[in-house]
Design a protein around this ligand. Structure first.
Ligand SMILES: Nc1ncnc2c1ncn2[C@@H]1O[C@H](COP(=O)(O)OP(=O)(O)OP(=O)(O)O)[C@@H](O)[C@H]1O
Ligand SMILES: [Mg+2]
Length: 353
């Protein structure tokens, strides 16, 4: 199985709806160091809502990144997210790994809204003491096989090998762990705002307590601007990113953006409420925003007010050394929230020993 397998020397390859990011790290005596970071935007029809529509175009974008940044490593770790991914913590009787391997197939059936033969299943026994009833907690991950296959095809077409298929929410968690102090009682919500999907992973003392993916992200802003101002998708996207289109700028879309902000905050609040109600009304101390959409002017401030929780923009590269002769520090700092998933994927090489 791919999800939790081990391998060395790889590139974290985040194949996103809006852009593909590639990160390679190495561990030196002084800590982690950035070896490569590259990003390429893909045409909006290449990947739609996390589904790869044009494998050739996605593969070309990957090849372009590898060529431009002279990345020669062939092994990559990719991640999937969205509604084709099911992540559940389940309780199972204590048993050996080999037995679990077999039982999990049966057990999984009741938690998965897809036919069991259509999904790839993996699991990890959570390192917690067994419950009083002698059960153990198991993290169950199921991903639709056709979705995995689409990603594998893109990677193969780009001339690379997939050695790990991870999940966006887990990659985020790994990136967080190496870049921030983890305090035992602190509850932190990692919120990754991509183009089509928002990934939420709430951690307590560094341990994931809740994950959810929602179909909302930067595309919602672009589409709303497009409709309201009668622009093409590309024009609306460019306006959103601070450009001027037909004499109009982002400030002309202020009210539209605020509407989407409200929608987005509502979706986050619903997840947070669900988390609180499924725990003992646990307090969320901090929100860490990542993904390209985290850079939308005013969004962080809006969320601080709306959720009433301190909210920061994440920098998953903050503890990773990057040679300023090779990487422009300003560019890295600005882009880092968008690099979160690829950083987490790149860590799979150095962490999985
Ligand atoms: N400076 C910026 N200001 C506002 N929005 C931005 C900025 N930079 C990027 N975005 C938006 O962020 C989104 C892309 O973010 P990201 O790269 O995290 O998504 P993705 O991984 O490609 O998509 P997904 O994970 O949903 O498949 C796009 O909607 C893009 O318009
Ligand atoms: Mg993404």
């Amino acid at each position: 199985m791919l999800f939790f397998s081990r391998r060395r020397d790889l590139v974290g390859l985040d194949i996103g709806t809006n852009s593909i990011k590639a990160t390679q790290l190495k561990r030196t005596r002084g800590g982690l160091e950035l070896v490569h970071f590259g990003m390429a935007t893909v045409h909006p029809e290449t990947i739609v809502d996390g589904v790869i529509m044009d494998a050739g175009a996605a593969a070309s974008a990957i090849q372009q990144i590898f060529t431009d940044h002279t990345i020669t490593t062939k092994d990559v770790a990719v991640a999937v997210s969205g509604h084709s991914v099911i992540v559940k913590k389940i309780k199972m009787a204590q048993m050996k790994e080999e037995e679990l391997q077999e039982s999990i197939q049966w057990e999984a059936e009741q938690y998965i809204p897809f036919a069991i033969e259509d999904v790839s299943i993996d699991f990890q026994v959570l390192e917690k003491p067994p419950t009083e009833s002698g059960e153990m907690e198991v993290l169950l991950v199921a991903v639709k096989k056709d979705v995995i296959n689409d990603y594998l095809t893109v990677v193969t077409t780009a001339g690379l090998n997939t050695v790990i298929v991870d999940v966006d929410a887990f990659a985020l968690e790994n990136a967080y762990e190496i870049s921030y102090e983890v305090n035992r009682d602190e509850v932190v919500a990692l919120v990754n705002l991509g183009a089509a999907v928002m990934n939420i992973n709430i951690l307590k003392g560094g341990i994931s307590e809740f994950t959810r993916d929602s179909a909302i992200g930067g595309n919602h802003y672009t589409e709303s601007i497009q409709k309201a101002l009668g622009l093409s998708y590309e024009q609306a996207e460019s306006l959103k990113l601070g450009g001027e289109v037909e004499g109009r700028t982002l400030s002309d879309a202020k009210s539209i953006i605020e509407l989407v902000n409200t929608e987005l905050a509502g979706e986050i609040r619903r997840s947070f409420d669900f988390f609180r109600s499924s725990t003992q009304n646990e307090v969320i101390h901090k929100v860490l925003l990542s993904g390209g959409c985290a850079r939308l002017p005013g969004l962080r401030e809006y969320l601080v007010e709306s959720l009433d929780i301190p909210t920061e923009i994440a920098n998953p590269l903050r503890k990773i050394k990057a040679d300023p002769r090779k990487f422009d520090p300003e560019y890295l700092e600005y882009t880092s929230p968008q690099a979160a998933v690829s950083v987490g994927l790149a860590l799979r090489q150095v962490d999985d020993k």
